[in-house]
Write a protein that binds this ligand. Structure first.
Ligand SMILES: [Ca+2]
Ligand SMILES: [Ca+2]
Length: 279
């Protein structure tokens, strides 16, 4: 009986102490709408800017989206820019040297990325929208001259990087040029399908995945430096064909409020008390 009371006290104390670190952080400018479309609140490296829907297609939310590209030459009215080397990018993202080539899509020679640091409690979800753009493959059967099967030799990809203060860094591949790939007729150069659709001719990129939803669930409570990036990747000869990434609606879905947790805890204490009275 005595030890049970002590156990209850311990439980209540643990709930109160456990409630204090629940600081609900939110991503700064996760919709890229700040100041009429900007990367305010984000660090960036390489070719990264906020765009509206006029060139790269509509944002997932609001009027603007983050836009990353390995290289753009301005011929579609877009800002001119180039990615940085893998070593510059890994240093910017806080990753080990070679961490992007280690993903397995070949050598990475050009990267554009954005990053931000946020506090996540264990169980919190970082949720975001992303649209992968590429000139590496074209899924339009009406334009066979441009139809190219995706190739492992030129498999550009987009990623989410995660660098927790107290843990190990990770690079999670979000998507690459094989997205939704199916070989329909091996003998026909255009006899394949991918998950990509053809963009309007006003877009610098031929193909897009369309906006997809990504989620990362924090396994431990920590400050996370997280980044989104797009790469030019190749094995053998580099064909220098570019890819891009749109990012929008980056936000945190927090684990249940401390008040809810405390209420659950009190309910548990009540149940234990009733049980001990019945004895
Ligand atoms: Ca937006
Ligand atoms: Ca490429």
């Amino acid at each position: 009986m005595h030890s049970k009371r002590n156990a209850l006290r311990t439980l209540v104390v643990a709930l109160v102490v456990g409630a204090t670190p629940f600081v609900h952080a939110q991503v700064v400018n996760g919709g890229f709408e700040d100041a009429g479309g900007s990367l305010n609140g984000w660090g960036s490296s390489g070719n990264a800017f906020a765009s509206n829907g006029s060139i790269f297609g509509p944002p997932a939310g609001g009027s603007f989206q983050a836009t990353l590209a390995t290289s753009t030459d301005g011929s579609f009215g877009e800002p001119i820019g180039s990615g940085v080397s893998e070593s510059t990018a890994t240093s910017f993202l806080g990753l080990a040297s070679g961490a992007l080539s280690a993903v397995g899509n070949g050598n990475v020679d050009m990267v554009s990325a954005i990053t931000q640091t946020i506090h996540l409690n264990a169980g919190d979800k970082l949720v975001f929208k992303y649209n992968f753009l590429t000139n590496q493959t074209n899924n339009d059967p009406s334009a066979p001259a441009f139809a190219q099967r995706p190739s492992a030799a030129h498999n550009d990809f987009a990623f989410l990087s995660l660098v927790p203060t107290g843990g190990s860094a990770a690079v999670l591949k979000l998507i690459d040029t094989f997205y939704g790939y199916q070989d329909i007729t091996p003998s026909d150069p255009a006899g394949f399908l991918t998950g990509f659709t053809t963009t309007p001719v006003t877009n610098p990129f031929i193909s897009e995945s369309g906006y997809l939803t990504g989620t990362f669930t924090a396994l431990s409570t920590d400050d996370y430096n997280f980044g989104f990036g797009v790469t030019n990747a190749f094995s053998g000869v580099n064909n220098g064909i570019n890819s891009g990434l749109l990012v929008d609606n980056v936000h945190v879905v927090a684990v249940p409020e401390p008040a809810t947790m405390a209420a659950l805890g009190l309910g548990l204490v009540g149940t234990l008390r009733r049980r001990s009275k019945n004895r």
